[in-house]
Design a protein around this ligand. Structure first.
Ligand code: NAD
Length: 517
C-alpha cells in the first residue's frame, strides 16, 4: 500500500487530525488500508473540511467477495450455540469499553460530533452488547396448544444467513453495532458498508470485533467490512446471498434500495429520514420544554435522524416559548467539537450548508421569519470547515419545505388552537420517526400516545425527540421505512421462524377434522 496524503501537503489542522486519527486507529489495533489519492476513497474531516487520509476503495467485485466469505462463515457460525456467540459479543463490549475514548475520537474527527455525544455513541454500542448478551440466553419460541391429541405445536427461530448493513454518516458506528450485536447472537453473519464519509471509525470498530472473534477461535469472516461508495452499496443490495438488508440513510436511498431487495424476495429493514415534531401545550413546564427542545433541535448540529425539526405550540404561549428558545440559541457555543464547552460542532460538509441556506430561502418565500441563526459561522484556524448557527423560523403554515427533511439545524415553529389541529399538523408530513408532547395534562399526553395521536414509531412525553435508549425497538413509520432495530423484539427480524408439529401418538389425526380414507 502507498501511504499518501502526507502531513506536509495539508493544513496544520488537517495534519493534526490525521495524526490523531492514525494514532487512535493504532491504539484500536486497526491497520489502515491507505491508498493513492487518485485511486482510493478520500477521508475528509468536517473539522477542517479537508482530506486527511485516502483509503482502499472497494467496488462491486470486492463486495461480492465479502458476501461470499460471510456466506461461507455462516455455515459454521449458525451452529455455534447462541450463548457462545453471546460471549463473543460480551468480549466485543469489553473491548469497546476499554477503547471508548479512541473510538469516540474518530467519531468526532469524521462526523464532527462533540466529544460528549461521540462518547455517548460508543456507550450505545456497549449497551447493545449487554442487551445482545442477555438475548443470547433468552431467544425463545412459543409452544401453542395443538387441536390434535398427542401432538405438540411450537415455533423455533433460526438464523437467516448474511445480513448486509448499510449505514449513514451521522451514526457512523452505533447503528452498525445495533445490527451486528443482535445479528451475530442470532447466528447470522454480517457484511457492513459504512458511509463513505466515516470510514476510519468503521475500520476501528470492525477491528475490535475481529479481535473478539479471533480471540474466541472464530474466523473474522463472520463480520466483513466493505469500504466503498454507491457501487459497493448497490452490489450489496442486489446480492441474493444477502438474506436481510438493513439500510440506514435518506428516504431517497431507501426508495432506491427497497424495490431491488423486494424484487429478489429478500428482506429489508429500513431506517430512513425523519421530520420530527413536538407539540407544546399550555400546561407545559416551559423550563423543561426549552431544555428538551434545544438539545433535540440544535444538538449534533441538527444531524440526527431524530432531530427536532418542527415545533407546534399553542398560540397562547408561543411568544413566551419562542423568546426562551431564541435566548438559548443566542448563547449556544459553536466551534471545534473537541473543545470543552462546545455544544454545536460543524456540519458534515459544505453541501449540507447549501441545502440549509436553500431551505431557509424557501421558508422565507413561504412567509416564514428567521428569528435567530441561519448564517455560517467562522471558526478560528478552520477556514475550510462548515459551521452554522442553528436557526429558528416562525412559519405561517406547514409548507413543502417544512414537510421535507433538511439535514441541518433548522427548527420551524407553527401554532395551533386545538389538540386535534396540533395532531393533524404533527402527522401531516411523509415521515414518521420520532415525536414528543410537552404537557402536564394527563389527557393530552394519553391522547398523543393513543391510536388517534402521533403516527410515529417513537412518541415521547416531556422529553425531546432525540436520544433513544437501546432497550426499546428503534424505527419509524411511513417514509421512514417501517423497520425496527436495537432492543425489544427487533431480533425477530434477524431470524426466520419455523412452525413445528410433532406427533407423539400412534394415530394420524388430520387438522380441521379432515378424513382421508
Ligand atoms: P445517505 O442516504 O446519503 O447514505 C446512507 C448510506 O447509504 C451510505 O452508506 C451510502 O453510501 C448508502 N447509499 C446511498 N444510496 C445508495 C444506493 N442507491 N444503494 C445502496 N447504498 C446506498 O444518508 P447520509 O447523508 O449518510 O445520512 C443522513 C440520512 O440518514 C438522513 O436522512 C437521516 O435522517 C438518515 N438516518 C436515519 C436513521 C434512522 O434510524 N431512521 C439513522 C441515521 C440516519
Amino acid at each position: 500500500m502507498t501511504a499518501t496524503t502526507p502531513a506536509q501537503s495539508i493544513s496544520p489542522l488537517s495534519a493534526e487530525l490525521r495524526t490523531a486519527a492514525l494514532a487512535a486507529l493504532e491504539r484500536l489495533g486497526a491497520s489502515v488500508p491507505e491508498a493513492a489519492d487518485d485511486a482510493g476513497l478520500p477521508v475528509r474531516s468536517p473539522l477542517s473540511g479537508e482530506r486527511i487520509v485516502t483509503v482502499r476503495r472497494d467496488g462491486a467485485e470486492e463486495t461480492r467477495a465479502a458476501v461470499a466469505q460471510a456466506a461461507d462463515a455462516f455455515t459454521a457460525w449458525r451452529s455455534v450455540p447462541a450463548p457462545a456467540r453471546g460471549h463473543v459479543i460480551k468480549r466485543f463490549g469489553e473491548l469497546l469499553a476499554e477503547h471508548k475514548a479512541d473510538l469516540a475520537e474518530l467519531v468526532t474527527i469524521e462526523a464532527g460530533k462533540i466529544t460528549s455525544e461521540a462518547l455517548g455513541e460508543v456507550q450505545e454500542m456497549i449497551d447493545i452488547c449487554d442487551f445482545a448478551l442477555g438475548l443470547s440466553r433468552s431467544i425463545g419460541g412459543r409452544t401453542v396448544p395443538s387441536e390434535r391429541p398427542g401432538h405438540r405445536l411450537m415455533e423455533t427461530w433460526h438464523p437467516l444467513g448474511v445480513v448486509g448493513v448499510i449505514s449513514a454518516f451521522n451514526f457512523p458506528v452505533a447503528v452498525w453495532s445495533w445490527n451486528t450485536a443482535v445479528a451475530l447472537v442470532c447466528g447470522d453473519t454480517v457484511v457492513w458498508k459504512p458511509s463513505e464519509k466515516t470510514l476510519l471509525s468503521a475500520i476501528g470498530s470492525a477491528a475490535l470485533l475481529d479481535r473478539a472473534l479471533v480471540e474466541a477461535g472464530y474466523p473474522s469472516e463472520v463480520s466483513r467490512l466493505v469500504l466503498g461508495e454507491l457501487e459497493a452499496g448497490e452490489a450489496l443490495v442486489a446480492d441474493e446471498r444477502v438474506a436481510l438488508l438493513s439500510a440506514t440513510g435518506s428516504e431517497r436511498m431507501g426508495a432506491a434500495v427497497a424495490p431491488v431487495v423486494a424484487g429478489r424476495m429478500g428482506r429489508y429493514l429500513l431506517e430512513l429520514g425523519g421530520n420530527n415534531a413536538a407539540v407544546v401545550t399550555p400546561s407545559a413546564d416551559l423550563d423543561l420544554t426549552t431544555r428538551g427542545v434545544v438539545f433535540s433541535a440544535a444538538g449534533t448540529a441538527g444531524q440526527r435522524c431524530t432531530t427536532l425539526r418542527r415545533l407546534i405550540v399553542h398560540s397562547s404561549i408561543v411568544d413566551d416559548v419562542v423568546a426562551r428558545l431564541v435566548r438559548a440559541y443566542e448563547g449556544l457555543p459553536i466551534g471545534d467539537p473537541r473543545a470543552d464547552g462546545t455544544l454545536v460542532g460543524p456540519l458534515v460538509d459544505a453541501g449540507s450548508a447549501e441545502r440549509m441556506a436553500q431551505a431557509l430561502a424557501e421558508a422565507r418565500a413561504d412567509g416564514g421569519e428567521v428569528l435567530v441563526g441561519g448564517g455560517q459561522v467562522t471558526v478560528d484556524d478552520a477556514p475550510g470547515a462548515t459551521y452554522v448557527a442553528p436557526a429558528i423560523v416562525r412559519m405561517p403554515a406547514q409548507t413543502a419545505v417544512v414537510r421535507r427533511e433538511t439535514f441541518a439545524p433548522v427548527l420551524y415553529v407553527m401554532t395551533y388552537e386545538t389538540l386535534d389541529e396540533a395532531i393533524a399538523l404533527h402527522n401531516g408530513v411523509p415521515q414518521g420517526l420520532s415525536s414528543s408532547i410537552f404537557t402536564l395534562d394527563a389527557r393530552e399526553a394519553e391522547r398523543f400516545l393513543s391510536e388517534a395521536g402521533s403516527d410515529c414509531g417513537i412518541a415521547n412525553v416531556n422529553i425531546g425527540t432525540s436520544g433513544a435508549e437501546i432497550g426499546g425497538a428503534f424505527g419509524g413509520e411511513k417514509s421512514t421505512g417501517g423497520g425496527r432495530e436495537s432492543g425489544s423484539d427487533a431480533w425477530k427480524q434477524y431470524m426466520r421462524r419455523a412452525t413445528n408439529t410433532i406427533n407423539y401418538s400412534d394415530e394420524l389425526p388430520l387438522a380441521q377434522g379432515v378424513n382421508f380414507g
